[in-house]
Ligand binder design. Structure first.
Ligand code: ATP
Length: 691
């Protein structure tokens, strides 16, 4: 792989096209990214692509970023392509002259719609009129037209655009990626972080004309020592990632970055904003209470009930306009009109604008009892009328990130919590604070009692949050304090500067958007012998035996590998399902329906299930422990070269309605849990050997 040769190749390619950058250029990058599983090579490919665009056609950078991240707008914009599989099939038949049987044969052979388009285009007979080359901007505009066309005749309009795209695709690879884009399964491993890193690095090498920042000349950059280059990269990446975590919209980030470069000002111009959801801070896993107490030795912390509901970020501006966002940044304002109507009452004196966060939980209004998560899922997502609400909810607030025009992210948690609890007004059973106690490591009995009281009221366990900032220098850190959080441990980067930053942050009680640090810990109650659960994707099934003959049982589940885009089978499950669930599963994946597909090339599994499911759901699963497996390919290469990982005693818990398959457990995370389990086994052995 020679990135610089590729850059030259692309540059000359683009030069011959002139004007707007061609879609062929983007396709070339996709092909290269798809050909490797190396994150470094994928980043290099994207950096080269972006550099060429920045210099030659800066206006194509933003659409290229959207296309490479397989989206057209941020999640809270609620714009969706909404194309069914049948629409793609119809277009493939019409444009490439296939009949039903021909199309079916290709699908059976390849599984992936993009691969089918590739083959069909290759076989297409010679076309007299050579279409004008597709442009990056043009393809992006076509997608937004598909997504925004509404009302009568919109289906026909969408179909026409899809057909035109396929007709104009010049080579078989362009067809493949147009179709993969349309079915929203690009499979080039360009996840969010990869793109943010590529953007940060690209502007260290190139700037558009008229930009207000400078880049160092290439010969100077080439002379930098490895450490210096790493530091340069890391600083730029941290700024770009921090900006995106506070303001996750490429439409704002990309133009601003191209204008001012990766400078601190980016965080001011493109930082925390009203009615734009920030990416939430995340909790790190712990084995149990004693693991948590060891991790937080010497620190004051707050233990809070971990409610089983839906996370909500509530924004309210000075004019009283309210927006509510989910954990995954989708807009939920229409789902919770009852919460919107509470805002004027909870906003205490002196509060003009704010962003607060809490867990929405279904409650019984009569006695205030918490209801299970399943009850909450019965609420419609849209057009909920206040008078017709059947599922009552209470918002249990736990953090305040913005107040009266000022971001509070850098303030210690104790201070943010104090502001929240003193300035807002509690309305019992509608809006209140998460139940909590303050403690330290020596209070193990009180913590255990609190944990028990949480599980008694059907909470999932507790969240434990460091209350104060305490900055120590590296020599004062205990072993546990310097332990890296999972996020840093899984990242392959060994940048020293990053490690230091992570260590320091692990001790702070600031609100860190999009980070999973040791200052927020979750302790879950045991579902089985493992306290962790996994979010897996059902991908296939077998005909059941005996009583279960009319259903699919067992069901094959997979984790996702974000590097390759594949789904890796991890276990078969036949436990935890009710008969009602089995039936609804059979209805959803009925033979002959579009949810049942031929063997997909992107699912890794050597066995032969009776039926393959179109991946579309995420199921939360309990299990006893993780085992090395010769049969299942999940996380292969991460813990062993020959063997993958599987689960012992997998048990279905619930459908994660709030998660899309892109948010299912990754193979990296599974490997991390396996390593933790191994450490635990070693610890246990050592403990047992003590006299
Ligand atoms: P994650 O959000 O950590 O990626 P997840 O979606 O599976 O994983 P959990 O591991 O169950 O969620 O734990 C974190 C979630 O717990 C939060 O996103 C939030 O919705 C919920 N939660 C409930 N009570 C609290 C609380 N007191 N503080 C913070 N989060 C809470």
């Amino acid at each position: 792989f020679d990135a610089s040769r590729w850059a030259t190749e692309l540059a000359s390619h683009w030069a011959t096209q002139g004007g707007d950058a061609s879609y062929a250029l983007l396709t070339r990058a996709f092909v290269l990214a798809n050909a490797t599983t190396s994150r470094i090579k994928i980043v290099d490919t994207l950096v080269n692509l972006l550099r060429i665009l920045i210099q030659g056609d800066p206006s194509s950078v933003l659409p290229a970023v959207w296309l490479a991240t397989n989206s057209i707008s941020p999640p809270y914009d609620e714009i969706e392509l909404g194309l069914g599989g049948s629409s793609i099939s119809k277009a493939l038949k019409k444009i490439y002259g296939l009949d039903n049987a021909g199309l079916k044969t290709l699908y059976n052979k390849h599984g992936d719609a993009g691969d089918v388009a590739f083959e069909a285009k290759k076989r297409q007979s010679f076309t007299l009129v050579k279409p004008k080359p597709l442009k990056i901007k043009g393809v992006y505009q076509s997608l937004t037209k598909i997504a925004t066309s509404k009302g009568t005749g919109s289906q026909e309009t969408k179909q026409r655009i899809v057909e035109k795209l396929l007709q104009d695709a010049r080579g078989a690879e362009e067809s493949r990626y147009i179709v993969r884009t349309l079915v929203q399964n690009l499979r080039i491993g360009a996840v969010k972080t990869t793109m943010l890193i590529a953007l940060a690095r690209a502007v260290l090498y190139s700037r558009p004309e008229g930009a207000s920042f400078e880049v160092r000349p290439p010969h100077e950059l080439a002379r930098l020592k490895k450490d210096e280059l790493t530091e340069l990269y890391t600083n730029a990446e941290e700024i770009v990632k921090a900006s995106y975590a506070r303001h996750p919209d490429y439409n704002d980030l990309v133009p601003c970055l191209l204008e001012i470069g990766p400078t601190d000002e980016l965080l001011i111009r493109c930082g925390l904003s009203m009615h734009i959801p920030l990416r939430p801070m995340l909790g790190s896993i712990t084995r149990d209470l004693s693991d948590m107490l060891t991790k937080l030795q010497g620190r004051a912390f707050s233990c809070e009930y971990k409610y089983d509901g839906q996370r909500a970020q509530v924004h309210c501006d000075e004019q009283g306009k309210v927006s509510i966002f989910s954990r995954h940044l989708e807009t939920m304002t229409e789902k919770y009109p009852d919460l919107v109507s509470l805002v004027p009452e909870i906003r205490g004196e002196g509060v003009s604008s704010f962003i607060l966060e809490g867990e929405v939980v279904a409650v019984d209004r009569e006695n205030g009892d918490l209801q299970p998560f399943q009850t909450l899922t019965n609420r419609a997502k849209k057009n909920v009328e206040i008078g017709e609400i059947k599922v009552n909810v209470c918002l249990f607030a736990f953090d305040l990130m913005y107040l009266n025009g000022e971001a509070l992210l850098e303030r210690p948690f104790r201070e943010r919590r104090e502001l929240l609890r003193s300035l807002f007004v509690e309305i019992p059973r509608h809006f209140t604070w998460v139940k909590s106690i303050d403690a330290q490591s020596s209070d193990s009995e009180a913590v255990l009692e609190f944990f028990k009281s949480a599980t008694d009221v059907k909470c999932e366990g507790i969240m434990v949050k460091v209350l104060d900032n305490e900055i120590k220098n590296d020599t004062q850190l205990t072993k546990d304090e310097i332990e890296q959080p999972p996020e840093a441990a899984s990242a392959k980067s060994s940048a020293k500067t990053k490690e230091k930053g992570t260590r320091r942050k692990a001790l702070l009680s600031t609100y860190e958007p999009d980070k999973r640090l040791e200052s927020w810990l979750k302790v879950k109650k045991d579902y089985s012998t493992s306290s962790e659960t996994l979010d897996l994707i059902p991908v296939a099934g077998w005909h059941g035996q005996g009583r279960k003959a009319k259903w699919w049982s067992p069901i094959l589940l997979a984790v996702r590998n974000p590097e390759t885009g594949s789904l890796e089978a991890v276990t078969k499950c036949m436990s935890g399902f009710t008969d009602k669930f089995y039936q609804s599963n059979k209805d959803r994946y009925a033979e002959g329906s579009t949810n049942v597909i031929s063997r997909p090339s992107y699912v890794e599994y050597h066995g032969s299930p009776d039926v393959w499911f179109e991946p579309q759901e995420v199921w939360e699963m309990a299990f006893a422990d993780i085992t090395l497996s010769p049969t299942y390919p999940a996380a292969i290469g991460l813990v062993s070269e020959e063997r993958g990982l599987s689960l012992r005693f997998p048990r279905f818990l619930k459908v994660r309605e709030d998660k899309s398959i892109d948010e299912a457990t990754t193979s990296d995370y599974l490997a991390l849990l396996w390593r933790k389990q191994m450490e635990r086994a070693v610890d246990g052995k050592e403990a047992n050997q003590d006299p």
